[in-house]
Design a protein. Structure first.
Length: 247
């Protein structure tokens, strides 16, 4: 089973993927404020998703439930409905933040089947994937807060990729994941950087960016889907194709 967060997966900025990754945007004071708020709320979603994932990865009961067809329906309905709820209350700071937290937490919970199995067959690589994801988030967030009134997508890419590669090399020193693990970890980080920079460009160049909540949903959707894809790849590499997560 593959879980996909849909709803607000991308702003309609009218830009191609190449344009989003090569653009330089001069921000107004309002844009600079909104994008910083967006990353703060995105961080809340990531932390709540990690909390939900921690619960799901240690619960065989949840893993079994969401592996079945009833759990699949519950997951698909919720992962479509909660973002729309968040969008509908995007101008209410309290309800919007609650919806974002719930969206992240439930997204982590519904990954319980793949996280539970992954914790048994490749715990070191799962930990490495989480660390790399965290490094990518922190590095791009730092770049956003230090950029002031100009967002340079190519510089963001270089900054984030350098941080991801250095983190992957350092992981090998502490976790002994091997050079194959380093390459996988660096690849995870680079995909995450590309997703975040592309989504950020889309957010900044969208005429609909009237609230930080839609942008936080868009950023979270990109990272969520990449993390799910990475987990499936890791399971195929380390479990010899034994995972049935796409069935």
């Amino acid at each position: 089973m593959r879980y996909n967060l849909v709803g607000m997966s991308q702003y309609d900025s009218g830009m191609s993927a190449l344009q989003r990754l090569s653009s330089t945007t001069t921000l107004t004071a309002q844009q600079a404020t909104v994008i910083k708020q967006t990353y703060m709320l995105f961080g809340l979603s990531v932390v709540s998703a990690m909390a939900g994932g921690a619960i799901g990865s240690s619960s065989e009961t949840l893993a079994r439930f969401f592996s079945g067809w009833i759990g699949w329906i519950v997951a698909m309905v919720a992962l479509n409905a909660i973002p729309y709820v968040a969008m509908s209350v995007r101008h209410n700071p309290v309800l919007g933040v609650i919806a974002l937290f719930g969206n992240g937490f439930f997204s982590g919970i519904v990954l319980s089947p793949i996280l539970f199995f992954a914790s048994l067959v490749a715990p070191a690589m799962i930990s490495a994937a989480l660390v790399i994801t965290g490094v990518v988030f922190v590095s791009i967030t730092a770049f956003i807060f230090l950029s002031g009134r100009t967002f340079n997508a190519p510089r963001g890419l270089m900054f984030g990729m350098f941080a991801a590669i250095m983190a992957a090399v350092l992981l090998n020193s502490f976790m002994n994941i091997g050079w194959f693990g380093v390459l996988i970890s660096a690849g995870i980080g680079i995909m995450g950087v590309i997703s975040l920079v592309s989504s950020t460009s889309g957010v900044l160049n969208s005429p609909d960016a009237d609230s930080p909540i839609p942008g936080a949903l868009a950023l979270f959707a990109g990272v969520f889907n990449i993390f799910v894809a990475v987990l499936n790849i890791l399971l195929r590499l380390f479990a010899g194709g034994g995972s049935r997560s796409d069935d």
